[in-house]
Design a protein around this ligand. Structure first.
Ligand SMILES: [Zn+2]
Length: 318
């Protein structure tokens, strides 16, 4: 048995920087200002600092410039530990746990967790191609949990409240989550303000290829968009029908089950405005899961690959 934390990138910043550079820049340093590839030289005196050689640019950058790790006082090897732990824990890891395990303040750990979630969010150009395709099945379902009031701090009673499924377009005071899972493939999750017909229609039509077969439960939300697909097949959960031939929604329900256990067991306090970030985290781990041939390191490296070009919305704690 090997100890993964013995790896140099978890113990010193030079090795961590080399790892980040090798993942982000397989073809040589990429200027974070003008995008030129492998046309930069190392600036002597500071390891990891490059200067762009494009005459109209000439700017300095490192492998963290313009990334979720920019302007952070967290040492790079601790970033690598954070990336590893968040990717290797099936249900996630709390900022409290990282704060204790990595010897950083809670605030810093919280900041790091959200930045890592941001890195896990698919890039607009690479991660938003539709699911499914010819001969493929995509399952769609919605779920509800917590309450909107809790997010606004009007009540204090909802921590640990059971996740419930609402009828039709769902209870208006619950947070809605809509997930699409390609059978044997990727997931894509959404947190609309309300899972009503128009919203669900837009999500389904924008994110699933029309050659796919769409599988849902008997919810009427999918009737209209369902007609756009090769087939729309349903199982009637209210009549105890869960599988009929190859028609079922077990994949998307399995995803919800991991998500809910994580949200309830690990992330007990999630503000509504952050819910989409948690969904990105659970989606990322699911999309790089073992069943698809990815191990903990692949999953971590995929998240590190996503550190750049993200809009940064969190202020750095002191
Ligand atoms: Zn440049």
């Amino acid at each position: 048995m090997s100890n993964v934390f013995a790896a140099a990138h978890f113990n010193n910043d030079d090795a961590a920087r080399n790892l980040i550079e090798s993942i982000r820049w397989p073809d040589g340093p990429v200027c974070s200002h003008c995008g030129s590839i492998n046309h930069a030289y190392a600036v002597t005196g500071r390891a990891g600092l490059y200067r762009c050689a494009e005459p109209e640019c000439r700017k300095d950058f490192t492998c963290t410039t313009g990334t979720v790790m920019e302007r952070s006082k967290i040492p790079l090897h601790k970033w690598m530990m954070g990336f590893y732990l968040m990717n290797a824990s099936k249900k996630g890891i709390s900022a409290h746990q990282l704060h204790r395990a990595l010897g950083m303040t809670y605030q810093t750990a919280w900041f790091m967790c959200h930045r890592i979630r941001e890195a896990m969010r698919p890039d607009d150009d690479t991660g938003t191609d539709p699911l499914g395709g010819k001969g493929k099945i995509v399952e769609a379902d919605e779920t509800y949990f917590g309450s909107v009031e809790e997010a606004n701090k009007r009540t204090k009673t909802t921590s640990g409240r059971k996740f419930t499924k609402g009828g039709r377009s769902g209870p208006s005071n619950k947070r809605a989550v809509v997930s699409l899972v390609e059978r044997g493939g990727r997931v894509r999750s959404f947190h609309p303000a309300r899972a009503d017909g128009n919203t669900v229609t837009a999500i389904v039509l924008d994110n699933i290829r029309s050659e796919s077969r769409l599988h849902t439960d008997e919810s009427r939300l999918y009737d209209f968009p369902g007609a756009a697909f090769k087939a729309h097949e349903t199982v009637t959960h209210s009549h105890g029908e869960y599988v009929r031939g190859d028609v079922h929604t077990n994949s998307v329900e399995g995803y919800f089950s991991i998500f809910k256990r994580g949200m309830k067991g690990v992330y007990q306090h999630c503000k509504e405005k952050n819910l989409h970030r948690y969904l990105a985290e659970f989606d990322h781990r699911y999309n790089y899961r073992i069943a698809l041939g990815f191990n903990d390191t692949d999953r971590m490296n995929a998240a590190i690959k996503g550190v750049g070009d993200k809009r940064l919305t969190y202020r750095q704690p002191h």
